[in-house]
Design a protein around this ligand. Structure first.
Ligand code: NAD
Ligand code: WQD
Length: 342
């Protein structure tokens, strides 16, 4: 079927999406500079699907390399653009690193495809909503002032894409606003590879459980939520991957909503930090050591998505629950211990 450029395809969400694309009959072509991923992921993908994806190693901030790639690959009909830096805290310390990488890579791609018909799927984030005024949050909710340079790159990128799609008919764009992606492929052959001490909850939990880290700190138990801890909409990375296939399929059919569209990608339900800890214990049988600490700066109290639009118009719905998320994340952590990838 279609050859789809997957930027950042050796990364966490990208690698799961490459598997989903291959299994749906598409031919993914990965471009990644390996700044936050490991080339061995390609062999891991081959172990799952029997097919080693085509891979090009270069930096999307290199405009000449992007143009040369596009010229040499005229049959690419779709792009899923994952490549970006994503560490919220680091973006506060080094904002220019984030604006440079996340925006130049996007602009270079859009420039290189000028005048060529292309279906473009962008990795956005629920971070654009900040603390929503109403829950569940719908796609029409106000985009709030970003809490970090990272979050701002997502807001600016969405604006660049909607303005570009409005000005030039050749770009058909969907921005997917992910909630909190977690878990790993059921084979445990691919998953998240956090660098250093994980800032995100689930990798911290699995590393703590396996003995790589000390006790988990729950950041705040005095929020206005039923148990006092913060609430998020956790989405299994395998479900998230299939949302990208649905987005490519919708763009290939022609999106009746026009050439720029936005979808929430979550489960539609929220879980508190304490509920996640209990779900991990219940679904893996592993006891966690945790303590309550102060709130983390920049955290919102609670957010979960309204998924009516993605269900009805994207034709996609999450199938996997919190138990599958926890079990697969734990299986991946155990696999990594036995088979270190780096
Ligand atoms: P990741 O770091 O695992 O994957 C990103 C990949 O992009 C990496 O393999 C990295 O090497 C590559 N990359 C970065 N800059 C590049 C460049 N200039 N040229 C070529 N390759 C480059 O991250 P992920 O969790 O898979 O996230 C994928 C996308 O989804 C990102 O855009 C991220 O902002 C977005 N997102 C992630 C989350 C999350 O919690 N993981 C949530 C919302 C949105
Ligand atoms: C989840 C909850 C923490 C670690 C981040 C980005 C967001 C998006 C997804 C990219 C929060 C609590 C965490 C710990 C804890 N990424 N927590 N102890 O902050 O919702 O979202 O990743 O777009 O932009 O900000 O995810 O996993 O860091 O935290 O109590 O050791 O777990 O306070 O309530 P977050 P997270």
């Amino acid at each position: 079927m279609s050859r789809i450029l997957v930027t950042g395809g050796t990364g966490y969400i990208g690698s799961h999406t490459v598997v989903a694309l291959q299994q749906a009959g598409h031919t993914p072509v990965i471009v990644d500079n390996l700044s936050n991923s490991n080339v061995r992921v390609l062999d891991q993908i081959e172990k799952i699907t029997g097919e080693k994806p085509e891979f090009h190693e270069f930096d999307l901030c290199d405009e000449q390399r992007v143009r040369a790639f596009v010229a040499a690959n005229p049959d690419i009909s779709g792009i899923i653009h994952f490549a970006a830096y994503k560490a919220v805290g680091e973006s506060v310390q080094q904002p220019l690193k984030y604006y440079h990488n996340n925006l130049f890579s996007l602009i270079n791609l859009l420039n290189a495809y000028a005048g060529k018909p292309v279906n473009f799927v962008f990795s956005s984030s629920c971070t654009v909503y900040g603390q929503p005024d109403q829950l569940p949050v719908t796609e029409t909710a106000q985009v709030k002032q970003a809490e970090s340079p990272y979050g701002n790159t997502k807001q600016i990128a969405e604006e660049i894409l909607s303005e570009t799609a409005a000005a030039f008919d050749n770009y058909q764009v969907i921005s997917l606003r992910y909630f909190n992606p977690v878990g790993a492929h059921e084979s445990a052959l691919i998953g998240e590879l956090p660098l250093g001490v994980p800032q995100n909850l689930i990798p911290f939990i699995t590393q703590s459980a396996i003995g790589k880290r000390g006790p988990i700190t729950v950041f705040g138990d005095d929020y206005r939520t039923p148990d006092g801890s913060a609430i998020r909409d956790y989405i299994h990375v395998v479900d998230l991957a299939s949302a990208h296939v649905a987005a490519i399929d919708l763009l290939e059919q022609g999106n009746p909503n026009g050439n720029y569209d936005v979808f929430n990608v979550g489960t539609g339900t929220g879980n508190s930090v304490l509920e996640v800890i209990r779900a991990f214990e219940a679904s893996t049988g592993v006891k966690l050591d945790y303590q309550i600490g102060p709130r983390r700066a920049g955290d919102v109290e609670q957010v979960w998505g309204d998924v009516t639009k993605s269900t009805e118009e994207l034709g996609w719905k999450a199938a996997l629950g919190i138990e599958e998320m926890m079990q697969s994340a734990w299986k991946w952590e155990q696999y990594l211990k036995a088979n270190p990838l780096s």
